[in-house]
Design a protein around this ligand. Structure first.
Ligand code: G3H
Ligand code: 13P
Ligand code: ZN
Length: 315
């Protein structure tokens, strides 16, 4: 059942965070649903602009609609990740998405407010909810590289003004994470002090943490042994998810970790079975590994085991 992120946030706020997982293809979709059902978790499917154009936006939409039928017990939101204004409008008018993210965080504050407000007005008129971003994460996103020194933490006072002026439903805050597999060059971590200040000014308002992959060191080691070159890759400590949730982080975005699972499974598969050229055995291994990965992640997020309570609240 497709619901809005707002409905999920109402149940989760202050207690746990909902996993927001990016997918691009059939195998990721299948593993995602299996892992969430196995761990009894509500979840958010994220579709980026790149994912929409990887094959065709209608292909991914068709796969997700089919998964909704194959797994009737699933409760999830369908969310555009890092949209520009035109893509947001396309998704709002598609009748498929339940929420969109407008990411005008690279623009000056006033421009970010104006663009976000236009998207909020269009989305709310059709019953969709909107996430926006203030501050700037480091890392790679849509092929744009933002260096650690150019990344800007969210200003708590500006966050309050931004939310009041735009009417947005949730806010992605920059609190020290970055996109991709190389998050921290040194010993930096999350800025819980900044998060606490934002929550103080925006009580009961859902905050979003992007760039939250943990980049498991065992996964990196196995990829490198199997021929990969990911030396120095580093992510967010998953034990920080629940403390962040207590401070208002209600949606936690994870993409890179799923890519690492895909990379590890396929590298190891073809090294161990060099005679193999059929795509299905490796695809099956990936779906099983991705489902296990999702179920484990949901335990860290606190969303595992919440599905029945969410279903009861929505009834
Ligand atoms: O934050 C970006 C997500 O990881 C999506 O990545 O634009 O390469 O699909 P993508
Ligand atoms: P990661 O690169 O840490 O997985 O972040 C994903 C993300 O923020 C998607 O919006
Ligand atoms: Zn992101």
């Amino acid at each position: 059942m497709i619901v809005t992120t707002k409905e999920l946030f109402k149940q989760a706020y202050g207690k746990y965070a909902i996993g927001a997982y990016n997918i691009n293809n059939l195998e990721q979709c299948m593993g995602l649903f299996r892992g969430n059902i196995a761990s009894k978790a509500p979840f958010i499917i994220q579709i980026s602009k790149g994912a929409r154009s990887y094959t065709n936006k209608l292909m991914l939409e068709g796969i997700i609609r089919a998964a909704d039928q194959v797994f009737p017990e699933a409760i999830f939101a369908v969310h555009l990740d890092h949209g520009d204004e035109a893509t947001c409008m396309d998704c709002i008018n598609s009748g498929f998405y339940s929420s969109v993210m407008i990411d005008a965080s690279a623009k000056p504050f006033e421009e970010n407010v104006a663009i976000t407000k236009r998207v909020v007005d269009a989305a709310h008129a059709k019953g969709l909810v909107v996430e926006a971003e203030l501050g700037q994460l480091g890392g790679v996103e849509e092929h744009v590289q933002v260096s650690e020194s150019d990344a800007k933490l969210t200003d708590p006072d500006q966050a309050k003004e931004f939310v009041e002026r735009t009417g947005v439903d949730s806010l992605a805050c920059a609190i020290g994470t970055s996109h991709g597999a190389f998050k921290f060059s040194g010993t930096q971590g999350l800025h819980f002090d900044v998060l606490a200040e934002i929550q103080k000014r925006l009580p009961n308002f859902p905050l979003v943490m992007h760039g939250s992959s943990s980049v498991p060191q065992d996964e990196v080691r196995r990829i490198n042994i199997a021929g990969g070159k990911l030396a120095g890759a580093k992510g967010v400590d998953a034990d920080q998810f629940l403390p962040a949730a207590k401070l208002g982080v209600t949606k936690i975005n994870i993409d890179t970790d799923g890519r690492l699972v895909w990379c590890r499974v396929h590298r190891e598969h073809f090294i161990l079975k060099p005679e193999d050229f059929d795509l299905r055995p490796a695809g099956k291994e990936f779906m099983a590994a991705y489902a296990d990965f999702i179920a484990d992640k949901n335990v860290k997020l606190g969303s595992a085991g919440q599905l029945d309570a969410v279903r009861a609240a929505l009834a």
